[in-house]
Design a protein around this ligand. Structure first.
Ligand code: GLU
Length: 269
């Protein structure tokens, strides 16, 4: 029996991260509205149950591409910045609509590396997020891709969500993925690959299992999720990777059910 799983039941402040591969249909790249609506209903219900939820969402660039009918991601930075600017608004419009249907208020926060670069910047970002939570609203966070250039970009939302979780002293970070969690092999190639229930320590073996791949739509893959797990757990945050494509998984994970992979936080004193 895992005490880390048990501790999830009483978690109050939770960061939920969703990636493009969960938000969009793999074949068309268009938004999966069924999935988004179910996810938001689940988050709204957790909020109703007294949890503080911080929602980190990717999908700005993919949504911008959709809006303009662009199928292949452009190579230049300004084009990607422009797509993010266009897509972020569309995405927020959809979130605003769904969250409002369930009686929730949201507040958009767009961050870059600079917003967590030093103690002062971190404090400012933290205060903003705290004030949104104090108002009973749900922060919806993405990287500020419209002004993002390499020097100030975090680059992927797995790491961004871990930075946010540490900054706001969340108890749990839940990363919704397009697979069930971390496997000891590649489940797409190897039928005997097994899902790992709990990772007490992230060692070289775990890093090897994470490989380096990502999907066509998302950036992250398992590699950046393991980076995020290192950062989160070292900062007192328990991290979970679960499948975002199954309705009810968030609630199930938070009730201590053994789904996905859990990375228990390192005890910080
Ligand atoms: N911030 C990027 C976007 O909204 C996604 C980064 C990621 O997928 O990790 O398009």
């Amino acid at each position: 029996m895992s005490s880390a799983r048990d501790s999830l039941k009483s978690a109050r402040r939770i960061v939920v991260k969703v990636g493009t591969s969960t938000l969009a249909h793999a074949d068309t790249g268009k938004l999966n509205l069924y999935r988004i609506e179910h996810l938001i209903r689940e988050i709204a219900d957790l909020h109703n149950a007294g949890k503080e939820i911080i929602f980190v969402s990717s999908g700005a660039i993919a949504t911008g591409m959709n809006k303009l009918g662009i199928r292949i991601k452009p190579q230049t930075i300004p084009e990607n910045q422009a797509l993010a600017a266009i897509g972020q608004g569309v995405l927020m419009h959809i979130y605003e609509k769904f969250f409002a249907e369930y009686g929730q208020t949201i507040g958009q926060v767009l961050l870059t590396k600079e917003n967590a670069a030093d103690a002062h910047a971190r404090e400012n970002s933290r205060n903003s997020l705290q004030a949104i939570l104090d108002m009973g609203a749900i922060p919806v966070i993405n990287e500020n891709d419209a002004v993002g250039v390499d020097e100030i970009r975090i680059g992927d939302n797995d790491n961004l969500s871990a930075i946010v979780a540490a900054m706001i002293e969340a108890e749990v970070l839940i990363i919704l993925s397009d697979i069930d969690g971390l496997y000891d092999g590649n489940p797409k190639l190897d039928g005997s690959a097994r899902l790992i229930d709990e990772v007490p320590t992230i060692d070289a073996e775990i890093e090897r299992m994470a490989g380096g791949a990502g999907t066509k739509l998302g950036i992250g893959g398992m590699f950046t999720k393991i980076q995020a797990a290192k950062l989160a757990t070292a900062n007192g945050v328990t991290m979970l990777i679960i499948n975002g494509s199954t309705n009810g998984n968030l609630r199930r994970a938070l009730s201590g059910e053994h789904i996905g992979t859990i990375f228990p936080r390192k005890v910080t004193s």
